[in-house]
Design a binder for this molecule. Structure first.
Ligand code: IPD
Ligand code: CA
Ligand code: CA
Length: 269
């Protein structure tokens, strides 16, 4: 894709994500219309829906030939990443949004013919925009993020993971995952996959593991992480399927391979 067109797309995407975030901040104390989706804890609000509709309207009126995959389903039914596709989570961390009014993000990724070109994650209440263009590095509020440290050991690393990994589950032996948590310097759960992936790119988390994420949860984060020299795979160390739900394992390459070889491979059921 021509750089000139990408510049314009990138500029608009940033303008819209900041605007959408401003709207959410302005309405943060307004009463919410909350409902649940797949289970009683899987929440969605009028704000999630309105934010996705905002992007849909902007994208379709400015770039009529672009497609949108959005969590709330207002976008297109995309079967392949042909052409230019926006992958958007209007609010990632809806439970945090509802319960805490903080620690949630808007995640926007733009893929062209299957290649991740633009990744944006906006931590709305902190007013922190993580952004990346393929081949041009990753930024936090326009300040370039340094490449991930050359070497990192697990014993000095902080890992992001959902505490459910440590309870009995279908995917991995929780005892071995408990060993992982004890071996690492620390573990954290923030409740927004997008923010946790942005933290991996920022180098404040050396790894992040998630059991089952959708394209809108990880698409932008993967682009950011690649730009600083990190990697993202599924928990078997294999490539992510961009249009499906995947387990997701992102991190510093050394920490990633240590966790994969010494823990996950052994823990996998
Ligand atoms: C959720 C968050 C959460 C992750 C869930 C996601 P949502 O997204 O990213 O951290 O553990 O798997 O579904 O529903 O708040 O957009
Ligand atoms: Ca999400
Ligand atoms: Ca969401």
């Amino acid at each position: 894709m021509k750089n000139l067109i990408l510049d314009e797309i990138n500029r608009k995407a940033k303008e819209w994500i900041l605007e959408a975030g401003r709207t959410i901040r302005n309405k943060i104390n307004d009463p919410l219309d909350i409902s649940s989706k797949s289970n009683p804890n899987d929440l969605v609000t009028s704000m999630d829906k309105n934010t996705e509709k905002y992007f849909l309207e902007k994208i379709k009126s400015t770039f009529p030939d672009h497609f949108l995959i959005g969590e709330e389903g207002f976008g297109d039914e995309v079967k392949a990443l042909d052409g230019t596709v926006w992958i958007i989570d209007p609010i990632d961390g809806t439970m945090n949004f509802v319960q805490q009014k903080r620690n949630f993000a808007i995640s926007v990724a733009i893929y062209h013919d299957g290649v991740g070109e633009v990744g944006l994650i906006y931590n709305v209440m902190e007013d922190q925009l993580y952004s990346a263009r393929r081949g041009e590095g990753a930024f936090k509020n326009e300040v370039k993020l340094p490449p991930l440290k050359k070497t990192t050991v697990l014993e000095e690393s902080v890992i992001g993971l959902n505490h459910l990994w440590l309870c009995e589950n279908k995917l991995v032996d929780e005892k071995i995952m408990q060993d992982l948590v004890k071996t690492a310097r620390g573990s954290r759960t923030y409740g927004s996959a997008a923010i946790e992936l942005a933290f991996v790119a920022e180098g404040v988390l050396e790894g992040y593991l998630a059991m089952s994420l959708s394209p809108w949860d990880f698409a932008a984060g993967m682009i950011l992480i690649k730009e600083v020299g990190g990697i993202t795979t599924n928990i078997d160390g294999k490539g992510i399927k961009m249009l499906e739900r995947n387990s997701v394992f992102a991190g510093h390459p050394e920490v990633h391979s240590r966790i994969l070889n010494d823990f996950i491979t052994k823990a996998r059921k």
